[in-house]
Write a protein of this length. Structure first.
Length: 174
C-alpha cells in the first residue's frame, strides 16, 4: 500500500524531494542492518564494500533509502537459500555509484526491457510464488531519475542480477 501511495504521488507530481548533504555509506549501512534478519532467515549473506569511509551526495535521504531498501529487499527475496548479496559503493569525479548484486533467480533476457514498468513481475518469480506486486523497481527508477541519476541492470536467468545506480553528487539546480 505504501508503494502504491508513493506511485500515485509520483504520477501526480507530488513526490517532492528535500535535498541535503547525506553520507551515502552511512545510509547504505543502515539499510543493510535493517535487512540482516530477513537475510539470515533466507541464509543469504550480505556484504558491503566501500571505496571511502564516507561518501557524500546531495540527495533526499529518505527517498534514496526507500530505493536502496527496495533493491536490497528484492536481492534477498528473489535469491536462493544460501545465496549472496554484494553491495558496492564508490564515487567518481561527479557521481556516487552503488551496485546491488545478487546470486538469485535473475531475469529472463526477453523481459529485461519491462523490469522498471509498473506492475511487472517476471515469469520465473511468478511461478515460484514469491510475493510482490511489481511496484518496487518502478518506484526505484522514478526516485533515481528524480535525483538526476540513472539505474542500469545486468541479469542472467538462474545466475543473478546487478542493479547499478548512478547519482550526481550535487543536483544541477544547486
Amino acid at each position: 500500500v505504501y508503494d502504491l501511495l508513493n506511485i500515485i504521488r509520483i504520477e501526480e507530481g507530488r513526490f517532492g524531494f528535500q535535498f541535503a548533504k547525506t553520507d551515502m555509506v552511512q545510509l547504505m549501512a543502515g539499510a543493510i542492518k535493517g535487512y540482516r534478519e530477513a537475510a539470515e532467515k533466507m541464509k543469504v549473506k550480505i556484504s558491503l564494500k566501500k571505496s571511502h569511509p564516507h561518501i557524500f551526495a546531495n540527495v533526499d535521504g529518505g527517498k534514496i533509502r526507500l530505493a536502496i531498501d527496495n533493491l536490497i529487499d528484492n536481492a534477498i527475496r528473489y535469491n536462493h537459500e544460501g545465496g549472496k548479496v554484494a553491495i558496492n559503493i564508490f564515487k567518481t569525479s561527479s557521481d556516487v555509484v552503488f551496485t546491488v548484486q545478487d546470486t538469485g533467480f535473475g531475469i529472463p533476457a526477453g523481459q529485461l526491457n519491462k523490469v522498471f514498468t509498473k506492475f511487472f513481475r517476471c515469469d520465473n518469480v511468478i511461478k515460484m510464488q514469491v510475493s510482490g506486486f511489481g511496484l518496487g523497481l518502478y518506484l526505484v527508477k522514478n526516485i533515481v531519475e528524480g535525483h538526476g541519476g540513472r539505474i542500469e541492470l545486468q541479469s542472467v536467468e538462474n545466475k543473478g542480477s546487478i542493479f547499478t545506480v548512478i547519482l550526481p553528487q550535487k543536483q544541477k539546480n544547486q
